[in-house]
Every structure is written in C-alpha cells, then in structure tokens.
Design a protein around this ligand. Structure first.
Ligand code: NAD
Length: 461
C-alpha cells in the first residue's frame, strides 16, 4: 500500500487561511451555521449511524452527539461577538500616549483527531471551536465507529469548502501520515498511550496541542450521601452508551456501613432503567467491537458479581454489571474500564480517599457524593482531577460554561464554550505606542534618579 500524502490538502488549507478569508466574523458565523445545519438536516441519518456502531438510542444520540453538536454551534454563535472582542487596557504612565490590546487571532491550519465513543461530539465539538476562532480544520474521525466516520466524510463536503474543513478517514497509517505534516494546532481525543504518540509528533514542529485523554475516574460515596439518588446517578453515568464514556464513573469507593444499601439501590436502578432483561431494552447499547468485548469479559472475573454478568458474544452484549469484593491487584483495577462494568470497593475515611486519588494518575473526573460541604471541599482541596462533580457524575461535558479537559495523565488543555474558542486562539498582545512623544527617562545614560523614576512610573498605570 502506498503511503498516504496529505501535503496538498494541508497546502490548500494554508493558502486559504493565509488569504485572510477565515478571519471576519461573517465567515465564522456562516461556518457555525453550517455545523448547525449539518446536524439538524441530517439528524436521522446521523442517529442511524450511531445505532449501527453503538446501538445508541435516539435520546442518548441527541444528548451526546447529534443535537449536542447543533447546540454547541448555536452557543458559539450566540457568544462569538463577545469572545472575539479585543481586550484593551491603558499603558503605564511612562509609555503614554499609547495603549495595550489583546487580539484574538486564529492559529491557522488545525488537525482534529477523534475517538470512537462519541464520534460526532469529539470531532465536531472541537471543529466548532476551531471555526469560531477563525481556523481551518482537517478532521480525522476514529475508524472504530465506521458508520459515523463514513457519515462525516459524506456530509462535510456538502456543507463546507474543503479548503476550510475536510475529513480524512482512516486508522493508524493515515493518522501517522497526517502527523508528518506541519500543523498550527493539534486537538486529540483518545487514550493516554496514543496521546503520547501525538504529543511527540507535535513536538517535532513545536506544534501546540490539546490532549483530551482518559483514565480511571474515582467515584466517592460518603456515609452521609443520599444513597438512592447517588446509586441512580452512578448507574446512569456508568451504563449509558454501554459504559463507553470517558467521564463515566470508573469505580466506586463507598463507606463500609452504607455499602450494602448502596449496592442494593444500584441493582434496583439497573432494573428500573433497563428492565429484568437489559438485552431486550431499546435503551441499552452494545460494546463497540469484538476486541473490546473480549477485553471487558476478561475484567468480569475481577470480583464477585452483585448484578449482571451475562454476556452474549453474537450481539456484543454485556449486561450492566456490578462487582463487589474486588481486590486492588485484580485486572479491573489496572486499566480504565470503558465498558458496562462497575467495581464497588470500600473505603473508610476522607483521608484514605485523598491518599487513594493522589497515589494514582490524575483522573479526568472526580465525583463526590456526600451531604455537607466539609467532606466535599476537603477532598477537592487536597486532590487533583481534570474536572469534578458533586452529587453527580459523567454529565459535566454537557455544560458549555464549564472548562472541560484533563490534567496530568488525563490530558492537557480545556475546551467547550469559550474555553474551546480560547484553545484555538492566539491571545496576541499588541502594544500601541505613539511616536509623538519620546521622554528620555527610559534611555541611557542612566542615573540613579532616572532609573528610580522608570521603575516607579512603570508600576503606576
Ligand atoms: P485511541 O487512542 O485508541 O484512538 C483515538 C484516535 O487516535 C483514533 O482516531 C485513532 O485512529 C488514532 N490512533 C490510534 N492509534 C494510533 C497510533 N498508534 N498513531 C496515531 N493515531 C492513532 O482511543 P479510542 O479507543 O478511540 O478512545 C478511547 C479512549 O479515549 C479512552 O481512554 C477514553 O477515556 C478516551 N476519551 C477521552 C475523552 C475526553 O474528552 N477526554 C473523550 C472520549 C474518549
């Protein structure tokens, strides 16, 4: 197979970017309208693709991908004028007359590489930010969600000039070839090991990047928590989209005296959501492919099954499964679960929770279920995570006002709403200095007197 070459595609986008066409707010708004139109006019086709790849029901398809992408573009349209406004501030007295200004300049030609679990959110969400900020973009959706990648490749040319937005389909060889090009910015969503490959490739050209990675999100259930509500929200966060959610609760750390009651509520919530046989529920999904199915089946033996455990390879079905009596060295505690299995472990104190979190790689999300701000704030103050939720889990990416992203091993950089606009923007400081006056205090020859005056003046706006 000949190695793909994307130099022409990148050169065309660079020429278009350098023409200045992408900078005006009118162009940006038209692109955001195009994102909105793509997702509203092709709603059913895009939901079908999600059903084919993930057996995703329409409600969740809208929540996480289809309506989500239209809403994200709408939010950007509503706020674009404020985001684009240059910040202006006065100069220190010694430099008057003049002023300083922070421009919001686009970065240029950008590459967006997505993961498969929310195939549209993870490519078109960053695309919205890229276009709002006045960039061009090449999208590389994950080959693993093949129907969604094909839908994106078919629809994007109908809504966008390829010099502004293009889709490259493919897997490792195509991504590797894309990474050989010189980009002005790379936005990657995926696993920490591949994140390191992307970061190394970006380093060759000193290309800035945002890395949206995964990890094991600890979910703490304190003895004071409202147990029924906590169990419902945790079951919802873990089992929607077959557990294929980067912000899903990965494992529960619960106080021993409430563990049995909490697990009882978890089992009840699963029955309430998906019925006695979740395999027949139209709301319950399937595992993306055989490789992940086999991996997840291998994790079920990590503890005692308190709920679920049933699997069906022919349908890639794994029942919503709760494990108890899980040992720390079992396979499920060594890797991100990323599927419909929830291990529940006991923990006895806030200090033990803090030690647990700090001894492990920084998670993408940290969730605390408790009544009483002292427990919550003590844990938040003493730990680190990309983001956090109190008395809820998994849903914070749905709020555009919140910066979304990891820290440490779960990634670098934030996006969504204004945070996405900033990620794709060069905050370019410009000092405007009038040439009409030129007092001598800044120039040599220096005296003690002029030096002191310079410092004092510079500190006085
Ligand atoms: P992945 O890292 O395997 O793949 C992500 C992308 O990288 C795909 O487009 C793939 O084609 C490409 N890729 C894979 N191997 C590559 C290689 N060797 N060289 C170059 N490119 C390569 O991740 P995934 O399996 O698609 O997604 C699951 C992971 O993503 C989980 O860890 C999950 O937590 C994480 N995730 C994070 C977020 C977030 O927003 N932080 C969102 C969703 C998923």
């Amino acid at each position: 197979m000949t190695k793909p070459d994307y130099s022409v595609l990148v050169a065309q986008q660079r020429e278009f970017f350098l023409s200045g066409a992408t900078r005006p707010d009118s162009w940006r708004k038209a692109q955001l309208e195009a994102v909105k139109a793509l997702f509203t006019e092709n709603h059913d086709e895009l939901c079908d693709a999600l059903w084919k790849d993930l057996r995703r029901n329409v409600t969740d398809a809208d929540l996480m991908d289809v309506a989500y992408c239209a809403k994200e573009a709408d939010y950007a349209l509503e706020h674009l004028a404020v985001w684009m406004e240059p910040h202006r501030a006065p100069m220190p007295l010694v430099f008057e007359p003049g002023h300083i200004r922070v421009r919001r300049d686009p970065l240029g030609v950008t590459l967006i590489i997505g993961a498969w679990n929310e195939p549209f959110m993870l490519t078109f969400g960053p695309l919205t930010a890229a276009l709002a900020a006045g960039n061009t973009a090449v999208l590389k959706p994950s080959e693993v969600a093949a129907s969604c990648a094909a839908a994106a490749a078919r629809l994007v040319p109908k809504y966008f000039d390829p010099r502004a937005v293009a889709v490259v389909e493919g897997a490792v060889p195509e991504t590797t070839a894309l990474l050989e090009q010189q980009w002005d910015f790379i936005f990657f969503t995926g696993s920490p090991p591949v994140g390191k490959i992307i970061h190394q490739a970006a380093a060759k050209h000193l290309t800035p990047c945002v890395l949206e990675l995964g990890g094991k999100n600890p979910t703490i259930v304190h003895s004071s928590a409202k147990l029924k509500v906590s169990a419902r929200r945790i079951a919802y966060g873990r089992f929607m989209n077959s557990g294929h959610i980067c912000t899903a609760p990965d494992h529960v750390l619960v106080w021993p005296e409430v563990k049995d009651e909490f697990v009882g509520h978890l089992i009840e919530s699963i029955r309430e959501f998906y019925g006695d046989d979740p395999q027949k529920s139209p709301d319950y999904g399937r595992v993306i492919n055989r490789r992940n199915f086999d991996r997840l089946v291998g994790l079920i033996g990590s503890g005692k099954i308190a709920a679920g455990g049933k699997t069906d390879a022919a349908e890639l079905y794994i029942a919503p499964t709760v494990l108890v009596d899980v040992s720390l060295d079992s396979p499920i505690m060594q890797e991100e679960v990323f599927g419909p299995i929830l291990p529940v472990l006991e923990i006895e104190s806030v200090e033990a929770v803090i030690k647990w979190v700090n001894e492990r790689p920084s998670p993408l999300g940290l969730y605390v279920f408790a009544e009483g701000a002292d427990v919550v704030e003590r844990i938040l103050d003493a730990t680190s995570s990309g983001d956090a939720e109190v008395n809820d889990c998994a849903i914070h990416p749905l709020f555009p006002e919140l910066p979304f992203g990891g820290v440490g091993n779960s990634g670098m950089g934030k996006y969504h709403g204004r945070w996405g606009f900033e990620a794709f923007t060069n905050a370019r400081g410009v000092l405007y200095h009038s040439a009409k006056l030129d007092p001598g205090v800044r120039y040599p020859p220096y005296t003690k007197h002029t030096l002191e005056r310079r410092i004092t003046s510079a500190l006085t706006p």
